[in-house]
Design a protein around this ligand. Structure first.
Ligand SMILES: Nc1nc(=O)c2c([nH]1)NC[C@@H]1CN(c3ccc(C(=O)N[C@@H](CCC(=O)O)C(=O)O)cc3)C=[N+]21
Length: 297
């Protein structure tokens, strides 16, 4: 079998266009643009690329983008003060503090300072709790993007066997919660799982989010399964001195067995940014007390 390629880049472009339309309707109703603030501490080159890309997409969707760049040696208290200011700013609907933070900062403390109603990353414990009990809140962008791709591909997910490889707060755990809510039978596997290949082989849906380049092999996959590759790993390329991006899935091998697979790049990555814009717009409607149809985006 040769897998269908799930075009996350195209799906994300479509989602961003829908967000753009709704952003215009928000502006007409609220008399202001929706606003997303992104805070970057330090000069990590990869983080700078993501933040620039987020800022550009935010403006393209017709929303305001507020960027705060702080030096790597910023005191934690000063970062918390910036977050508090953004919490209180009515022009800011969503706040994203780019992770990872420098080592001298307590990430949990910083996340806890973000108002849960502006926490468009869905990282605050309040939003993790809301997701766990099925209340409206904010769901982390990457797993929500994965779910959108899965539903687009498979329709109703109920009764399907799903294996999530990885148990991070950012991807694995919220992904499992979302799949449980879709009535999948969910297994969360990780680096300590015994017979990982056998566990994965049962799955109709595989979500790989472990951060290990090309770990998931073709003979782990049930023929016809849908494979979502969350990994973004930069590895040396064949040509001396060059690098390339690969996922957590051995794409060439797995594409021979799976029914459908997301590529890296061009799969889950672009969805993360599109869902961030979606969450920021949802935050704007909620913060203004305006109705947004439940199935609008
Ligand atoms: N508070 C916070 N929220 C985040 O959502 C967050 C973060 N911190 N820190 C860093 C990670 C990483 N991340 C990505 C977003 C888009 C792509 C993306 O668009 N990737 C492209 C390729 C980009 C490239 O070529 O490097 C793709 O997969 O096709 C990747 C990674 C969001 N993150």
């Amino acid at each position: 079998m040769t897998a269908a390629i799930i075009d996350g880049k195209a799906f994300a472009a479509n989602l961003r266009a829908k967000v753009g339309e709704l952003a215009a309707s928000f502006e007409a109703k609220a008399g202001r643009k929706a606003g997303l603030a992104v805070v970057l501490v330090g000069e990590d080159p990869a983080s700078q690329v993501y933040v620039r890309s987020k800022g550009k997409s935010t403006l393209e969707a017709g929303m305001n983008s507020f960027e705060h760049k702080l030096p790597a040696d910023t005191a934690e208290a000063d970062l918390l003060a910036v977050v508090e200011k953004l919490n209180a700013d009515p022009a800011v609907d969503g706040i994203l503090v780019q992770l990872p933070l420098p080592r001298h900062m307590d990430e949990q403390k910083v996340i806890a300072t973000i108002s849960p109603d502006k926490d468009v990353d869905g990282f605050h414990v309040t939003n993790a709790g809301r997701l766990a009990v099925g209340q409206p809140g904010f769901v982390p962008c990457t797993p929500l993007g994965c779910l959108m791709l899965l539903k687009d591909r498979l329709g109703d997910l109920s009764g399907l066997d799903a294996v999530v490889i990885g148990r991070s707060n950012i991807v694995g755990k919220p992904m499992a919660q979302l799949l449980i809510a879709e009535s999948c039978t969910v297994t969360v596997a990780h680096s300590r799982t015994k017979n990982l290949a056998d566990v994965v082989k049962r799955a109709d849906i595989v979500v790989a989010a472990v951060g290990r380049p090309e770990m998931v092999k073709a003979d782990w996959i049930k023929p016809g399964a849908t494979v979502i590759d969350v990994g973004i790993n930069r590895v040396p390329a064949a040509e001396e001195g060059k690098t390339k991006l690969v996922g957590d899935v051995d794409y060439a091998g797995v594409a021979e067995v799976a029914g459908a697979i997301t590529p890296v790049p061009g799969g889950v990555g672009p969805m993360t940014i599109a869902v961030l814009l979606r969450n920021a717009l949802v935050a704007a409607f909620r913060n203004e007390g305006l109705d947004l149809p439940a199935d609008a985006i």
